[in-house]
Design a protein around this ligand. Structure first.
Ligand SMILES: [Cu+2]
Length: 377
């Protein structure tokens, strides 16, 4: 599917074990005998099941409760070694840094859906445990806002939003690949409204093409403070993340078809829902690697998880299918095909225990206990 990509075999830049630090909480117990076999998860019961909801359906007070919790995480100290990870300026940014460190393994690979599902769960749990968040975990239904994202509470720039667009900076059309040019959106500059106004994003932009090399740039964790930027793009939303595309993904024939509808083919005009959602926000979100700096990353990926969950619930016989891909982006450097038995790359200090993919298949099994307010039928 990919023609003449520069494939030189190189070691995937793994985060070193210095990312180990005392986890302040655990959602599973491990016995000291054999960490591979002996942990137990708490049973997920109906009364314990958390329901995830559309941000736009939440009352203003609950939306503010959520963004206050995110800001609380931004005010907590980093647990990473500052000499190795200068861009890790807070506990919130630790997630973004760890995401950078795992990017080459958990995108365009067999780990995408389940690694991100658990990453979101860790973040949600951290908001509750570290910042006392008591509301529901929101997703951003990007198909529902495609007509004009500014018109919805999530991006209206009010104190109850996820902050608005960036200031308008006319930099012309955006070249996303050899075959793909998209029109400029309505922003392009710094985000100056709402809860995350004037936020600093310390991770330097990494071009998605980097995925094709199998390694991270040498300065991937350097401290490079710039403003959080956005360029909301209704054209991209309407073209790549409309409801017909969500429905198609929720009814994909098999896991590799699902992966294609989600992630498209890098560098081609086939963007997929996931990349489309990223590019409809612009700014840091245009980088697969460093996008998790923008707080909208979490509701966006929660929506991707809702699509994954819907597909699994629509076709229980396909729920455990693998997409046939390996454990490295574009199989660079080459690695083994991912199976249900595969151990996922860890989540930095947030979760260092080995977790097998089969544990992350159901949202009401393994470590999880949540559902969505509805299923994409
Ligand atoms: Cu990601």
């Amino acid at each position: 599917m990919l023609q003449s990509l520069p494939t030189f075999v190189a070691a995937v830049a793994l985060l070193s074990s210095s990312i180990v630090s005392a986890a302040p909480w655990r959602n599973l117990r491990t016995s000291n005998a054999n960490p591979w076999a002996d942990w137990e998860y708490e049973a997920c019961t109906a009364s314990k099941t958390r329901i995830r909801v559309d941000y736009n359906s939440m009352a203003p007070w609950e939306r503010k409760l959520y963004t206050d919790a995110v800001k609380c995480l931004m005010a907590q100290p980093s647990q990473l070694d500052p000499s190795q990870y200068p861009a890790a300026t807070s506990r919130y940014m630790d997630y973004a840094v760890i995401h950078v460190g795992r990017t080459q393994q958990v995108h365009l690979s067999g780990f995408f859906s389940t690694w991100h599902r658990y990453f979101l769960w860790l973040y949600e749990t951290d908001l509750r445990h570290t910042c006392g968040y008591s509301g529901r975990f929101p997703y951003w239904d990007f198909a529902a806002t495609a007509s004009n994202p500014h018109n919805f509470p999530i991006f209206d720039g009010s104190e109850y939003s996820m902050s608005g667009d960036g200031l308008f900076v006319d930099t012309g059309p955006i070249q996303l690949g050899a075959e793909l040019v998209i029109p400029h959106g309505s922003g392009g500059g710094c985000v100056t409204s709402g809860p995350f106004a004037n936020m600093i994003a310390p991770l330097k932009f990494i071009d998605p093409k980097q995925l094709q090399t199998g390694v991270l740039p040498a300065d991937a964790y350097a401290y490079n403070p710039v403003c959080l930027m956005r360029d909301l793009n209704a054209y991209v939303s309407q073209t790549y993340t409309n409801s017909a595309q969500l429905v198609a993904a929720a009814h994909a024939d098999n896991a590799s078809h699902f992966e294609y509808l989600l992630n498209g083919v890098i560098g081609s005009s086939s963007l997929g829902i996931h990349s489309g959602a990223h590019f409809s926000i612009g700014g840091q979100m245009n980088s697969i690697h460093v996008s998790a700096q923008d707080p909208i990353w979490y509701p966006l990926h929660t929506m991707i998880d809702k699509v994954y969950t819907s597909w699994q619930l629509n076709y229980p016989d396909r729920a455990q299918q693998m997409n046939g891909e390996t454990g490295t982006a574009l199989n660079t450097p080459p690695s083994a095909v991912v199976t249900l038995e595969s151990v996922l790359p860890d989540w930095g200090y947030f979760q260092l225990n080995p977790i097998q993919l089969k544990e992350l298949i159901s949202t009401t099994g393994g470590p999880f206990c949540y559902q969505y307010d509805n299923v994409i039928a």
